[in-house]
Design a protein around this ligand. Sequence first.
Ligand SMILES: Nc1ncnc2c1ncn2[C@@H]1O[C@H](COP(=O)(O)OP(=O)(O)OP(=O)(O)O)[C@@H](O)[C@H]1O
Length: 361
Amino acid sequence: MADLNLTGVGKSYGEVDVLKDIDLDIRAGELIVFVGPSGCGKSTLLRMIAGLERITSGELRIDGVRVNDMPPAQRGIAMVFQSYALYPHMTVRQNMEFALKIAKKSRQEIDKAVENAARILQLTPYLDRLPKALSGGQRQRVAIGRAIVRDPKVYLFDEPLSNLDAALRVATRIEIAQLKEAMPERTMIYVTHDQVEAMTLASRIVVLANKGIAQVGTPLQLYEHPETEFVAQFIGSPQMNLLPGVITEPGTRTVITLDGGGTAESTVPTTEADRGLRVNIGVRPEDLTVITQGGLFTGTVEIVEALGEVTLLYFAAQPGAAHVIAKLPGIHAGLRHQTVRLTAAPEKVHLFHAGRSLLYR
Ligand SMILES: Nc1ncnc2c1ncn2[C@@H]1O[C@H](COP(=O)(O)OP(=O)(O)OP(=O)(O)O)[C@@H](O)[C@H]1O
């Protein structure tokens, strides 16, 4: 069991600030996922928690104890990296027990820990093999096994699946979810670029951007109620469409006249003071549907991507707006070069002013 508290945590390399004023409370048993654009500091934050990188400012506490200056080995943390870095001349068993031998644990304790981890990770049949005789997914499980045997309070994962092919990624992702269920009291922090991993594994997602935290929430909170256009477009794939317009009828059902000529309705409440306010409406591709009259957008389909279970329609860029993308269930092969009208249910229409959601004023 371990709570982690970050207060005002920052990191600079010389004059350059990479992270500033990070405040984050992680409760024991949570699986926290860090996401964010490349270079935003996800790995740096993870490495500061591990003790592999010095914390420039602020405080990190684990179970209430300040650990800024505590060496990695004493923090009760185990880290699993993207490159599994197994010892090639050692068997799976030897790889997994290495840290325990260094820690001078008894033979009995070591065997118990290794066999328990092997059972959880379904590695029992492979204990006497060398890493070269394992698949990529099995090797990554051994790397996770090395972390489990140490019985840490906190597990840190730095893109552990990014070297695996698509099928193995899915299988290993599900194993990590099962591992978390088998050890519900363990705290885990996980860095990934993969939307599906973030959405499926996280109890809460931390979106990092511009040296700080853009938003923290459950996967569905971030998907349904993003605070900013940035988070709205970062969570979800393809990204949320943004279309500029002006509020023409405020109320519990807000009417927006879009620059492209269409009309949108949103259940985001507005007041009389918002009449005339310039906004961007945000609509996810999967929330757009085709209609024959009215609607919020009319455009010519430039590209059709038929993925089988869904079809992606890419529309030409509009004045003041980027390409609009619609994701329709099923197969719609004949829509290329067609003019199509789209609409969205009012409860699916987000409203942003100056980059921030009108829900969070
Ligand atoms: N030793 C260093 N000296 C100077 N700058 C560094 C050093 N290590 C990292 N950085 C910078 O810190 C920033 C954050 O790097 P970090 O690896 O944490 O990002 P990330 O979010 O994990 O990126 P990615 O998603 O690409 O893996 C980057 O801009 C990087 O160039």
